[in-house]
Design a protein around this ligand. Structure first.
Ligand code: FES
Length: 287
């Protein structure tokens, strides 16, 4: 998938999003006063959603309203990288049964609802019980030469291919900050428009942070990263483009050559800075 394939939510995602909003407004207009209004904000139509606290990489510049949510990582016994997906469970929320994928991890509550924005809430892989294996797989046309010469689209991403992460560079900004790859997650067998874009980065900075054990999010970083690898859902929180670390030469004009840069409207994210924020996660469409 080209980097800029997914500039905006898919048509069906938009329609569903609008439907969800209309549904919420309708809900708010029935019932009684304040309680109904509160319920419509915290439990819109569709499954899951509402006010969610998440951890992610910090948005440091540009119009994006907040950071992109982190995807915790695990490495399997053969060295392939996977994103952690909590075991789905069914809960009753305000009289309705919904399925959620949620777990305690590194002192935080990690939930699939972290990813319910920008149309991603409609993607098949975001469904808590989707039958997917969680491996990160290479995109078909990544912006990194090393990656296109190492992988074909769909290949599983392997830690051995990042051995030069302490020196890697591509002429954009400083070398040695970390080695990135673009991938997809929980997207086997779905159409390109339905794939979940992710970015993974291996960096000594992440490793050092974890080893020092210092900082507000030390426990979370220890649990959510592995061997210096960190990953996030690669959908800009502004208008849903696909940003990247050291992929765009023009990022230097915006001081973003050593950051994750979104070409659409120049938002900048710092993959080495963790934030904890709230947002209103959009409900998944009802089946
Ligand atoms: S989509 Fe507007 S800055 Fe990323």
């Amino acid at each position: 998938m080209p980097v800029d394939d997914d500039k905006y939510p898919t048509e069906s995602g938009r329609r569903r999003f609008v439907k969800g909003v209309v549904g919420s407004a309708t809900l708010a207009s029935v019932g009684t006063g304040g309680v109904a209004a509160l319920n419509s904000a915290t439990a819109p139509t569709g499954a899951g959603g509402g006010i969610i606290q998440y951890l992610g990489i910090e948005n440091t510049d540009g119009p994006a309203p907040r950071g992109m949510p982190q995807i915790p990582i695990e490495i399997d016994s053969e060295g392939f990288i996977k994103g952690v997906w909590p075991k789905p469970e069914t809960r009753t929320v305000q009289g309705r049964e919904i399925t959620v994928a949620e777990m305690e991890l590194g002192g935080e509550t990690y939930s699939s609802e972290w990813f319910q924005y920008c149309g991603a809430q409609s993607l098949p892989g975001i469904q808590p019980a989707a039958d997917q294996d969680n491996f990160f797989r290479s995109t078909g046309s990544p912006p990194y030469e090393w990656q296109s010469s190492t992988y074909s689209g769909g290949d599983k991403i392997h830690i051995d291919d990042f051995q030069d992460y302490e020196s890697w560079g591509n002429g954009i900004g400083a070398s040695g900050l970390g080695k990135p790859a673009m991938g997809t997650w929980r997207s086997e067998g779905v159409s390109p428009q339905e794939q979940i874009p992710i970015q993974v980065l291996r960096s000594k900075r992440i490793l050092d942070k974890v080893e020092s054990g210092e900082g507000e999010f030390a426990e979370w970083l220890r649990a959510s990263t592995a061997e210096g690898f960190i990953a996030w859902l690669d959908k800009c929180t502004h208008f849903c483009c696909v940003p990247a670390f050291k992929a765009f030469g023009d990022s230097s004009k915006f001081g973003a050559e050593d950051r994750v840069y979104c070409q659409c409207h120049q938002s900048v994210y710092d993959p080495f800075s963790t934030i904890k924020k709230s947002f209103v996660a959009l409900p998944r469409p009802d089946n």
